[in-house]
Design a protein around this ligand. Structure first.
Ligand SMILES: [Zn+2]
Length: 155
């Protein structure tokens, strides 16, 4: 009897689960960093370093990632990750502060441009209430807040 595609997929999955049982199997921060580093190196192969060197480093880094994922020494692997996080804490803090500072200056720029808007002050032609509108808008229809009188004003 032929097995259906979904059955085959299911058995493949359970095989995978059996295989991964008791293994680290975790794409942790250290693995992520190694993986990203290897990708960046790969993109710059032949630019910053020679192609051969990059290829060697690339496969070594990927090898470490796969080795750590498949490792049965779960405790040792998670310890490695903790050490890595501790060692890079300052760098990550710096990067976090950097992006925060960048966001802050962007916020400042926005409030500055808002402050740069000039207003024209004029009075209502009906009741004399002083009103204001942003300068340079051309002819605008103004509704007085006090008496609801509408008139056209050029600003
Ligand atoms: Zn008015």
């Amino acid at each position: 009897m032929k097995t259906s595609f979904s059955q085959r997929l299911l058995s493949l999955y359970s095989n995978y689960q059996n295989f991964m049982k008791g293994r680290y199997g975790f794409f942790d921060s250290l693995n992520k960093t190694l993986f990203v580093t290897s990708l960046i190196l790969w993109l710059f192969r032949g630019v910053l370093f020679s192609e051969l060197l990059v290829t060697v480093i690339y496969f070594v880094l990927l090898g470490i990632v796969v080795y750590r994922m498949l490792s049965k020494k779960i405790y040792v692997r998670s310890n490695e990750n903790q050490k890595f996080l501790k060692a890079t804490a300052k760098i990550r803090q710096f990067l976090a502060n950097f992006s925060l500072a960048k966001r802050k200056t962007q916020g400042k720029k926005q409030t500055k441009s808002q402050a740069n808007i000039q207003y024209v002050v004029f009075s209502c032609s009906h009741c004399g209430q002083s009103l204001r509108a942003p300068q340079g808008k051309g002819k605008i229809k103004v509704t007085c807040q006090k008496c609801q009188h509408t008139f056209v004003k050029e600003v």
